[in-house]
Design a protein around this ligand. Sequence first.
Ligand SMILES: Nc1ncnc2c1ncn2[C@@H]1O[C@H](COP(=O)(O)OP(=O)(O)O)[C@@H](O)[C@H]1O
Ligand SMILES: [Mg+2]
Length: 376
Amino acid sequence: MGTLSLADSSQKIGAYEVLGDPIAAGGLGRVYKVRSAEGKICAAKVLAKEFLKDRKKKERFCSEYHILSRLHSPRIVKAVDLVQERGLCSIILEYVDGVELTQLLKAAPFPEEVALHLVMEISLAFQECHKHQLFHRDLKPENILISTKGQVKLIDFGVAKDQEISRTLQGTVLGTLEYMAPEQIERTSHEVDQRADLYALGVLTYEMLSRRLPIRIGTNDSIIKVLEKKNKHKIPQGKIGSQVLENFCSILTHPDPEERPQNIEEVIDFIRKYKKSTTLKSSFKDWLAGYWESESEKKSKKVPGPDPKPVQNDLPPPAKERKSPYQWLLFWLPACLMFLYALSYSTPFLKKILGKLAPLLEQVRSFFHLLLFFFS
Ligand SMILES: Nc1ncnc2c1ncn2[C@@H]1O[C@H](COP(=O)(O)OP(=O)(O)O)[C@@H](O)[C@H]1O
Ligand SMILES: [Mg+2]
């Protein structure tokens, strides 16, 4: 099925002009590149139509905007606006021009410094969240963006949790199993705290350093089986060059939150002691410059072929094209009345068929004559 292009239909989300097809599709909706009235490029995360009537999902979706509005860090995507109109619900975010960490992981192996710089940036983003008693709960490569300028941005606070709110809510399993701490899977959400984010950070660190996940989860694995694997707590040995870093990943992914570092400051301290931040940053910059170069080389050598399948658009048509139910009424009501009016002229014939209705038709005819007289 073809994808409706929005580029030339001047489609809007509130005051924001939509620039083309969606750039990504996620669990609850799609993400579009948009332009504000002042000309600023932003990203709009739009809740999918099928969830608009689901009050809980809608609330959770909007809560991302409220959570982001409380956070102020260059390492966390900024919330710009919340648009609720024409039945749509959209979060407007700062646009990050770059790639997901997922893409970087597919590229050449990460030197230790590159991985540690990323761990440090994510830890600093977590520091801001945890300071506000907010827990991200869905750290994974898809939710980290690396801008073309080398900034690391944490995104997707869709399942983030506010400790205050959580006391009144019964938790459900939200997040991505591979990166999820066991307590996030088996307990109610109020028992999940910053240490669940540390667990996910441990999984991600191991993945960046070894290019594999510490625990593999099969698509058919039951929750019990997943918990069993996680509770065994055995990360594969010898896959990371440094024993110190292997221990670091192992302790972060301990199944018992009490046995993990208790807060993100401990992680930040560890990295600072292990390697100087400036060394990490400059190594990362050099590595990233090489990555962009190889990417542009690949693009220039690319054999022409079909473009990857675009994400299907989900927005309703522009407001001016949408037909209001009253428009139909405005057409059909006069049409029916005119029909009755015409019928009323053949009264002698209709008298036979319609019997008792004939006087009524006579009245309709008289009414129309009256109307015609009145308007002429
Ligand atoms: N602010 C942004 N700038 C650029 N791309 C973004 C932005 N926010 C999200 N995206 C893209 O959209 C994808 C889905 O967004 P995300 O917030 O993770 O939603 P979901 O909850 O659906 O996973 C991201 O993985 C990323 O590729
Ligand atoms: Mg996501």
